[in-house]
Design a protein around this ligand. Structure first.
Ligand SMILES: [Zn+2]
Length: 450
């Protein structure tokens, strides 16, 4: 049986540009492959435009902001060699710690959520029904994935559709629309319309749930986008609206699973707000498969990579092991989806990359794991969002995979290594063997490096 065609969200990448990039807004969006060239040109232009101004000021109210990275990352001196980092030209990096322009990813995070419509796309049904497409599933998803460390509190202080002053068409929002000028106008209009009823200082991030009839079907074009760490955004109640996710048309593939899976675009977009890059590339989900919601956010539920959980501050230093010394050493891994225990082993290669190992099983948010085992992937902090910063190694190449679940990259679904299997990087003298599994399902891995 052939793998099912993948009605994937259109995938594309954002190009890095210039040394100012690290403090620039990261515009992350998905565009249809057919529009790649045009979109690339658009985005390059925008990126340059945005990097010319330098905003200042706090992201959210004083005292409530901890920052995603330095404040929440748990590590010791033994982790130093594993704290890979990127050059300044990388727009959105897998590096650790995360720069602190992004929203906090631990503790209580307040998500202002506004439902907006337009005169040429009036909200159909109740705004609160739109809200209910994403909540409470999104907060539950974060609670599960973070082992309770992210207490995500959505709030919809305005219960009705918030009507924008201009027609949807006037904002010029289509595939690849940059922050300027359309999104800047939209954010400014949202702020103006909501301000009488909303104290923006009380929130860590903004979700804009656009009426689904504005713009094309998500099957044709995914417009959903996040502007993260954007200090140049319009200011509301004294703070820039720096971390904002916009969700458009329903990610409904017609398989009848929308009620169960359609919300997943929001944890993906919010992942950017917390500093996570896109793992899909122009070629789709073939780099990281369904092993992370930043790779595939359509279809059955999936979790985040252990690397992302460490980056977000959801793992303790004691749960992460840095395999930097030469010789042979054994480590135990417990299922990533379960709280407690050893979760991640990282084998650094150089200052900006390394191999990560974690045990993936079918539980928690991981709904489609069909061959449990040790996932081995390369993390490269010097590869930008959408360019493939994570590459999963397939223990059974060209097998076709073990799932036919819609919108799940099939080939990599059986990528995990099982007891007896070995991964080798002869050039660097690294051998990783899954040495065995005990009755509890914990796996032992043996790492040899010269
Ligand atoms: Zn994305």
């Amino acid at each position: 049986m052939q793998p099912q065609p993948q009605p994937q969200p259109p995938r594309r990448r954002i190009r890095p540009s210039g040394p100012a990039a690290i403090r620039r807004p990261a515009a992350l969006r998905r565009l249809p492959p057919t529009r790649r060239l045009a979109a690339l040109a658009t985005i390059t232009a925008v990126t340059l435009a945005v990097s010319t101004s330098a905003g200042t000021g706090p992201l959210v109210p004083d005292g409530t902001r901890a920052g995603a990275g330095p404040a929440s990352l748990s590590h010791s001196s033994a982790h130093r060699p594993c704290m890979i980092s990127s050059g300044p030209e990388i727009q959105m990096s897998e590096g650790i710690p995360t720069i602190d322009d992004y929203a906090r990813s631990t503790g209580t995070v307040r998500a202002l959520t506004l439902m907006i419509d337009f005169s040429d796309a009036p909200g159909e049904g109740k705004a609160l029904d739109r809200y209910a497409e994403f909540f409470p599933q999104t907060e539950k998803w974060f609670r599960t994935s973070s082992y309770g460390r992210l207490d995500y509190r959505p709030d919809a202080p305005i219960r009705d559709w918030l009507r924008m002053p201009k027609r949807f068409a006037q904002y010029g929002i289509d595939r690849g629309a940059p922050f300027d000028p359309g999104y800047r106008e939209l954010v400014q209009d949202i702020v103006t319309a909501a301000d009488p009823k909303v104290n923006f200082r009380g929130y860590d991030l903004l979700n804009v749930l656009v009426t689904p009839n504005a713009g094309p079907s998500a099957l044709d074009t995914v417009l959903s986008v996040t502007f993260a760490g954007n200090k140049e955004a319009p200011v509301a109640d004294g703070v820039p609206v720096a971390n904002a996710s916009f969700v458009y048309s329903r990610q409904d593939d017609g398989s009848g699973s929308y009620d169960r899976t359609g919300y997943r675009v929001l944890p993906h977009e919010n992942g950017h707000v917390f500093g996570l890059p896109d793992l899909y590339t122009q070629e789709g989900g073939g780099a990281a498969g369904h092993w992370d919601i930043m790779s595939e956010d359509w279809g059955a539920n999936n979790d985040l990579l252990g690397w992302h959980k460490w980056k977000l501050g959801w793992l303790d230093a004691s749960q992460v092991h840095c395999a930097s010394s030469p010789g042979t050493k054994e480590y135990t891994l417990t299922p990533l989806a379960r709280a407690g225990g050893d979760k991640l082993v990282f084998v650094p290669l150089d200052a900006d990359s390394g191999y990560a190992l974690e045990l993936r099983t079918r539980e928690g948010n991981d709904e489609t794991v069909c061959r449990p085992g040790v996932l081995i992937y390369k993390v490269d902090a010097d590869v930008d969002t959408g360019m493939g910063p994570v590459k999963v190694y397939d223990s059974r190449r060209d097998s076709g995979g073990c799932t036919r679940s819609p919108n799940v990259h099939a080939e990599l679904s059986d990528a995990a290594f099982t007891p007896g299997q070995t991964f080798k990087d002869p050039r660097r003298g690294i051998t990783i063997t899954v040495a065995g599994a005990d009755l509890k399902g914990h796996h032992k891995v043996r790492i040899t490096r010269r």
